[in-house]
Each structure stands twice: as structure tokens, then as C-alpha cells.
Design a protein around this ligand. Structure first.
Ligand SMILES: Cc1ncc(C[n+]2csc(CCOP(=O)(O)OP(=O)(O)O)c2C)c(N)n1
Length: 329
């Protein structure tokens, strides 16, 4: 990143959104470890630039779908921090009324139409939404976020085929963090160049740096412009890396540390931290200095603490209403 053509307020907004996601998730660690938070939390730490850059390129009325690692997608799409915190605490004030937890986030007001832990499960829902938008002649699009692991699922090919055939307004965002749980993509994908997959269907597809929020924004904007000209779907593979375990703060899936990633690899990616990278850029452009950084952290942490207090004081769903809102009548 060199000198910027964007306004100071836009760049600071990108930075602050990434920081908010990071600090929000860091604040979950203590209650996860103490057992206060019961829902499994797949932290997005290190991948924030993808959600923030892509959502900055969307219009408010566009829709988004997530997956099991969607705190960042939801917040970047304009989701409410208190509602997310409450959801993770299992409280009725949560965005899914405490029924969903970390992996089932939904908030129609924010245009966030759902996240589920079924790998690739939301992709066909996003295709359906895009079809509805086309039928209703709405000038909107749907973005669907998923991981590299999802691209080994059959439903992805169906989604590519159907959306390309019907020229649907959908943006596929693959967050390639090089691993699916503990399996490197080289062991699960015949061709780890994921962006090549949709090209077979005639879908415009590129690979880009997912740790540079400005590049993410620009790549997404370009694709969105194409989609809005009724050119059909587009696909972006963003290369990124999660700085924490697959689930929870470390990889503690079966009660032992199971992260098989090489410590050297982790060190290399730490140097590419999207927030640090943006911070450096903003300082260089004199948009940020150490005292502003400190104030930012304090302001965001205060907001997060208030959300936690709100969640802790919120009621759990009533036992006799547990199935209410779960099934559509
Ligand atoms: C259909 C299905 N198969 C298997 C799983 C178990 N599972 C949970 S997360 C995960 C890995 C997902 O990897 P990826 O899509 O790359 O996302 P990441 O966790 O790396 O963000 C798997 C296999 C699942 N939830 N759903």
C-alpha cells in the first residue's frame, strides 16, 4: 500500500471496523475459556480485511450470507455488536434471539440473511436469494462468504452452474486460509488454485491478497460493478490466514492442542496482519498517530464492555419458548 486516493474518513472507517471485529473476538476469549460462553466460537482473527473490504463495496440493501466463522461478516455488514454479543452469550436479546449461538447468525435488518456451520450450506441459499432478486428485478446482489474447505463440496459446483446459467447477481467470496479444520488444502483439493474452479462455468474469477483491506475493497468493487451490469456471477478467492485455532482461541478440539501448522508459517503470516498493515499505512499518510490509536482502542473496548454487560444482564430464552422462532410456520 502506498499513497492513497481515498478519503481519510473512508480509510479510518475500514481500519476501525477491522479493529472492532478483532477486539470483539479477543474479548470473547476469557469467557470462552471460563466456560461462560457455551457456543463453539470459530474466531476470524487475521481475516478481518476480507469481510470489511467486501462489505465496504456493497450497498446497504445488498444481502450477505456467512458460514461457521461469521462474527466478522455480520459486523462488517452492519450488524449490531450488542446483538451479536448477546447471541454468543445465548441470550434472548441476541440477533437470533439466543437460539443460534455463534454459528447461526441472522439479522434481516442488516441484510445478513444467515450463517450456518454446514459447510457450503448457505451457498445455495445465496443463489436462491440472487434468483429472487433477478425475478423481482431488484438492483441488488447477494454475497456469500465461505472457506476453502467449502469448495470441495458438491453443492458449490451446482451453485456455479445454476448462477452462471441464469446470470444471477451473486458474488462468491472464498476465504482461503489454507486449512479446513486441521487439513491443509493440498490434501483436500486436487487443484489448490481455487479461483480456477468457477472459470469452467464462464464465471469471472480472480485471486487476490485478502490481508490488504484496500485491495480487497477494490477487487470486490470491480466485480460488483460487473455483476450490477447484469453480467452474471463473479468469484474472488482471497488468500488469508487465521491467527487462532480452528475453533476457540487455540486448537483445542479434542482437549489437546492439535494445530499442525508450522510455527514458521504462522510467524510469516503474523507479519501480514491486516490491521497492523493498515495501521502502518495510515500512520505513513498522517491519518493516524499513536495517541489516536490508543484512543481508538479505548473507545472500541468500552463499546465492547458495554455490550458484554448488556448481554450478561439479558435473560435467556424462556424454556417453554425454546422452539418459538426456530421453525417457519
Ligand atoms: C458438510 C460439513 N462437513 C463437515 C463439517 C465439519 N467441519 C466444520 S468446519 C470444517 C472446515 C471448514 O473449512 P473451511 O471451509 O476452509 O473454513 P475455515 O474453518 O477454514 O474458515 C469442517 C470440515 C461440517 N460442518 N459440515
Amino acid at each position: 500500500m502506498t499513497k492513497s486516493k481515498y478519503s481519510k474518513s473512508f480509510l479510518l472507517k475500514l481500519y476501525q471496523q477491522m479493529l472492532e471485529i478483532r477486539l470483539f473476538e479477543e474479548s470473547l476469549i476469557e469467557p470462552i475459556l471460563s466456560g461462560e460462553i457455551k457456543t463453539p466460537c470459530h474466531l476470524y482473527t487475521g481475516e478481518e480485511a476480507v469481510a470489511v473490504g467486501v462489505c465496504a463495496a456493497l450497498n446497504k440493501k445488498d444481502y450477505a450470507f456467512g458460514n461457521h466463522r461469521s462474527h466478522g461478516h455480520y459486523l462488517a455488514k452492519g450488524g449490531d455488536l450488542k446483538a451479536l454479543m448477546s447471541e454468543i452469550f445465548g441470550k434472548s436479546t441476541g440477533c437470533s434471539r439466543g437460539r443460534g449461538g455463534s454459528m447461526h447468525i441472522i439479522d434481516k435488518k442488516a441484510g445478513f440473511l444467515g450463517a450456518t456451520p454446514i459447510i457450503a450450506g448457505t451457498v445455495p441459499l445465496a443463489v436462491g436469494t440472487a434468483l429472487a432478486l433477478k425475478i423481482k428485478k431488484k438492483n441488488r446482489l447477494t454475497v456469500t462468504f465461505f472457506g476453502d474447505g467449502a469448495t470441495a463440496e458438491g453443492v458449490i459446483s451446482e451453485a456455479f452452474n445454476f448462477s452462471a446459467l441464469h446470470k444471477l447477481p451473486i458474488l462468491f467470496i472464498c476465504e482461503n486460509n489454507l486449512y479446513a479444520t486441521h487439513m491443509p488444502i493440498t490434501e483436500s483439493l486436487a487443484n489448490p488454485k481455487i479461483y480456477l474452479q468457477p472459470k469452467t462455468y464462464g464465471i469471472k474469477s480472480v485471486r487476490a491478497d485478502g490481508n490488504d483491506v484496500i485491495k480487497v475493497f477494490e477487487t470486490a468493487k470491480k466485480m460488483i460493478t460487473q455483476i450490477k451490469k447484469h453480467k452474471g456471477p463473479a468469484f474472488i478467492e482471497f488468500l488469508t490466514y487465521r491467527m487462532r485455532g480452528h475453533v476457540g482461541p487455540d486448537d483445542n478440539i479434542q482437549g489437546t492442542h492439535t494445530d499442525i501448522r508450522k510455527s514458521r508459517e504462522i510467524e510469516v503470516w503474523k507479519k501480514r496482519d491486516p490491521i497492523k498493515k493498515m495501521e502502518k499505512f495510515l500512520i505513513k499518510n498522517k491519518f493516524l498517530d499513536q495517541s489516536k490509536i490508543k484512543k481508538n482502542y479505548q473507545k472500541i473496548n468500552k463499546k465492547i464492555e458495554q455490550a458484554k454487560t448488556f448481554s450478561r444482564h439479558s435473560p435467556y430464552p424462556k424454556k417453554n419458548e425454546l422452539l418459538k422462532y426456530v421453525f417457519k410456520k
